[in-house]
Design a protein around this ligand. Structure first.
Ligand code: CO
Length: 134
């Protein structure tokens, strides 16, 4: 069911510092920080030839990555995002398979303007998974 790896998201307390590491040390092409208040994060997009890395910094008090950074004060890999053809069909399949879809279970518009759902890490080898309708 899942297709291409769309992105890997890395949470950090300082997105400018993390961005500099990717740009200067690793030599990658990085965007300017993009505040996404509706998602509670400021994001830098790192463009690689075959996928993207998203650097996430908390934005606002209800940021979804605050708890993760409390547990991982140095930051770390937050989630992976796989592409699917049909987000509703994917959601229904995940529920039928007994997986936990986070939040309301309804797809919502993600950071790329496309519908996404998130799957709880307890069902996926400890990794938070985002499914995005490509
Ligand atoms: Co994501």
């Amino acid at each position: 069911m899942i297709g291409r790896l769309n992105h890997v998201a890395v949470a950090t307390k300082d997105v400018r510092k993390a961005s500099a590491i990717y740009r200067d040390t690793l030599g990658a092409k990085v965007s300017e920080p993009v505040p996404l208040p509706e998602h509670g994060v400021t994001t830098v997009f790192v463009e690689l030839p075959n996928t993207k890395i998203e650097l996430l910094e908390p934005l606002g008090e209800n940021s979804p990555i605050v708890k993760f950074l409390e547990k991982n004060p140095n930051g770390g890999m937050h989630h992976v995002c796989y592409e699917v053809d049909d987000i509703h069909a994917a959601r229904d399949r995940m529920k039928a398979m007994g997986a936990t879809v986070t939040g309301s279970g309804e797809p919502r518009i993600g950071a790329h303007g496309k519908p996404v759902i998130f799957l709880h890490p307890k069902d996926f080898a400890g990794t938070l998974i985002e499914l995005e309708q490509a």
